[in-house]
Design a protein around this ligand. Structure first.
Ligand SMILES: [Zn+2]
Length: 293
């Protein structure tokens, strides 16, 4: 069934687990994720990233995700990832998305608050949840960067952009968002070196905002890191790059081992590989096998 992010994460809060949010820029990835969720009977978030409009427009992929959600035997949120403005958010809500992210984190603080408040007013009026970002997640620049641009790179260290727990409290209070994407050491894409996560900062953010915290750049961490993050307040984990890589790797292997090649067979091979990777992630996000329905 289709549920809002708020409903999905409220249950995660009660059960101390995290719900996986998976970008679905192809039919194979969407099928892989929904099949994985139903086979494991876990709640899930199907995401469409605005930047993936170049791969497949939201007007094509969105209705498919909403349809999958409505027919699913588990709670499913259909979410817009890294929406850059109110226009794309309205498009997503018109299609039937139950959750949107407005990413105004590259703006000055007051402008970020103003932009997010405007989105919250519109989205909540349509019974749609809102995620916003404070601090910035940099990108490794390799693999699945799904940000809509504007994220900081270059002469600055990632820690210069970590979320401040005191500002986070003010931000959530003033904007009334449903979930906060916080920066504490994860990066988008593929990790080039071991991630160095600031869990004390994450705990302070969670304590201060009393709302679910979202981890971006959530693929490629160790099981221990996921568990510690969940126990520190992470309730939504954006997981994409490593699943996409698993799909590509499986197709490459298939091409190496077969000579009679047809494109449609690649989609089957990719779907199965993505599903296997996503299932592994979902089991970790449940946090010690909590029973979730
Ligand atoms: Zn992100």
């Amino acid at each position: 069934m289709l549920v809002t992010l708020r409903e999905n994460l409220d249950k995660a809060e009660d059960g101390n687990y995290a719900v996986g949010a998976f970008n679905c820029p192809t039919l194979e990835s969407a099928r892989a994720v929904i099949e994985a969720a139903q086979e494991l009977q876990v709640p899930v978030i199907l995401s469409h990233a605005e930047v993936h409009n170049e791969i497949i427009p939201i007007e094509i992929m969105g209705p498919i995700l909403v349809d999958f959600a409505k027919r699913a035997s588990v709670p499913v949120t259909v979410h817009l990832d890294h929406g850059s403005n109110l226009e794309i958010i309205k498009r997503a809500i018109d299609i039937g998305f139950s959750s949107v992210m407005i990413d105004a984190s590259h703006m000055g603080y007051e402008e970020n608050v103003k932009t997010v408040k405007e989105v919250v007013e519109y989205a909540h009026g349509h019974n749609v949840s809102v995620e916003a970002e404070l601090g910035m997640m940099t990108s490794s620049g390799i693999g699945g960067e799904e940000t809509a641009g504007g994220e900081a790179e270059g002469q600055y260290k990632p820690s210069d952009y970590y979320t401040d727990p005191v500002i986070a409290k003010d931000f959530v209070y003033r904007t009334e968002i449903d979930a906060l994407a916080a920066s504490f050491g994860t990066v988008h894409g593929i990790y080039l070196s071991e991630p160095d996560l600031d869990f004390d900062r994450l705990s302070s953010i969670y304590k201060n905002i009393q709302r679910p915290v979202v981890m971006h750049g959530g693929s490629g961490l160790s099981t221990d890191e996921y568990v510690t993050a969940i126990n520190s307040g992470i309730r939504k984990i954006n997981y994409y790059s490593y699943a996409a890589k698993a799909g590509a790797h499986a197709v490459k292997e298939y091409i190496n081992e077969n000579t009679n090649l047809f494109y449609h067979d690649f989609t089957v091979v990719a779907k199965e590989a993505i599903k296997k990777d996503v299932k592994r992630a979902m089991e970790i996000f449940l946090n010690k096998g909590e029973t979730v329905r």
